[in-house]
Design a protein around this ligand. Structure first.
Ligand SMILES: Cc1cc2nc3c(=O)[nH]c(=O)nc-3n(C[C@H](O)[C@H](O)[C@H](O)COP(=O)(O)OP(=O)(O)OC[C@H]3O[C@@H](n4cnc5c(N)ncnc54)[C@H](O)[C@@H]3O)c2cc1C
Length: 416
């Protein structure tokens, strides 16, 4: 007889997703090392809702979101110039604050009868023939099955023998600051109505022209702003992440919209971006791996999907556990249903964009195109220029020529 049917390690979106799905049907305990769920979690702040509506409609409809995104901007930045394209319309995404969202979901889990133990760190996971033994300090508890949702570094996933460390090129590191501003001020500065939000992604200067970029998302009464850089590219450079966010905040395009704001949160975190090819083993006897611990995060350069994938993989893990409990079989063979079900959702999305990771290693995307596009725009608006076509040809020539630009465009079109 085990202490619980299910123990979930990590109370982020993946872990809470599983607990939400099974609480009320089975005895479930979530162990979270943060003081409260969400206190240790970092995210840019935009959650995609389309797939979530299919797998967890009640979460998608009721979760506390900040603003629904109605404006998408993409900007190429150089030191003091910028070129921005803007789209206005439905994007099926919303901004969220993790401390708020994770705590809300933990409360829903507890309402349904699950237990969320915060401020407790799991130190070891031992798979035995009849149970899984979880060690936290001097305590040991057992369950029929354990779900490992302890995030990108996943010490528990490694202890359970399902994965190794991700390689530096399969990781990015992100730094984020939340800056408080009045709601009306945000609406005025970004041209938004009540409840409407903006997502702005940036390439070029924010990451010091390295693989990565910047982001700005509007919340109700704050903006989330940050820089993300591939870990290997950062290690080979001579810049520091803290330097990059400071410089980004001082860029004229950013300083003007955060002026007078008060910094209220600063955090840094790793992001798995190895894509489909870096996904480790997802199950073994009595164990499932979900969310970032399983590398289930997709960066296409334009969209980052970690939060909805975490929730969906957690919910699917919950479905699988309910099925396996009916047949009283938590062998690897029985739990392999998890990979089958994920193949129809998160894994399918990740397989579709499998080559994006390799395309995004192209330095021209972060260096040549931001510099080239700002130069071309400067020429277009310069009254004192030669013929436009001659000017554009000369700028394109300087940054690698028209052919390489066309080839990059075609390659990007194929993989993104
Ligand atoms: C800067 C940045 C920007 C991002 N932007 C976006 C975005 O805009 N949109 C998007 O969808 N995704 C984004 N992501 C990715 C997204 O945040 C993650 O994919 C998502 O949070 C993964 O959720 P998770 O539950 O798997 O892991 P986490 O949120 O990391 O949760 C893991 C939990 O496990 C707990 N834990 C760890 N070890 C232990 C232990 N030993 N014992 C007990 N508990 C433990 C942690 O405290 C944590 O609460 C971003 C990430 C970063 C860093």
């Amino acid at each position: 007889m085990t202490d619980f049917d299910v123990i979930v390690i990590g109370g982020g979106l993946a872990g809470l997703g599983t607990a939400y799905r099974i609480a009320g049907n089975l005895d479930v305990l979530v162990i979270e090392r943060g003081k409260t769920p969400g206190s240790k979690n970092v995210t840019g702040g935009r959650i995609y809702l389309k797939s979530l509506r299919k797998y967890a409609p009640e979460i998608a409809e009721n979760m506390p979101y900040q603003r629904k995104i109605v404006k998408e901007r993409f900007s190429f930045l150089t030191e003091n110039e910028g070129v921005t394209v803007e789209y206005m319309g439905e994007s099926n995404s919303a901004t969220v604050i993790r401390a708020e969202l994770d705590s809300w979901l933990a409360e829903r889990v507890e309402e349904k009868g699950g237990i969320v133990a915060s401020g407790v760190r799991v130190d070891d996971v031992q798979v035995e023939e009849e149970a899984v033994r979880i060690v936290a300090g001097n305590d040991e508890i057992t369950s029929e099955v354990a779900v490992i949702s302890d995030g990108v570094q996943s010490p528990a996933g490694k202890r359970a023998g399902l994965r190794e460390d991700f390689k530096p090129e399969e990781l990015a590191v992100g730094v984020k600051e939340v800056i408080r501003l009045d709601e009306d001020e945000i609406n005025t500065r970004f041209g938004l109505g009540s409840g409407e939000g903006l997502a702005n992604l940036f390439a070029g200067y924010p990451s010091d022209y390295l693989q990565g970029g910047g982001f700005l998302y509007t919340n109700k009464e704050s903006v989330s702003i940050g820089v993300v850089v591939n870990l290997k590219a950062l290690a080979l450079s001579d810049v520091e992440l803290e330097q990059l966010i400071e410089r980004f905040k001082n860029h004229p395009l950013i300083s003007s919209v955060i002026e007078g704001g008060r910094s209220e949160e600063y955090s840094a975190h790793l992001i798995p971006e190895g894509g489909f090819d870096a996904i480790p083993g997802l199950y073994r006897d009595r164990i499932l791996l979900t969310g970032d611990s399983a590398g289930l995060c997709l960066n296409t350069g334009i969209t980052v999907r970690g939060m909805d994938f975490a929730l969906i993989s957690g919910i699917i893990a919950g479905d699988v556990i309910l099925k396996c409990m009916e047949r009283k079989d938590f062998s690897a063979n029985s739990l392999s249903l998890y990979e089958n079900l994920l193949s129809g959702s998160v894994l399918n999305e990740m397989r579709k964009f499998r080559k994006a990771r390799y395309f995004l290693e192209n330095r021209r995307l972060y260096e040549n195109y931001p510099r080239c596009s700002t130069e071309i725009m400067r020429k277009i608006f310069d009254v004192d220029r030669e013929h436009l076509i001659t000017e554009i040809r000369s700028v394109l020539g300087e940054y690698g020529g028209t052919l390489s630009a066309i080839l990059d465009l075609l390659k990007g079109g194929r993989v993104l």
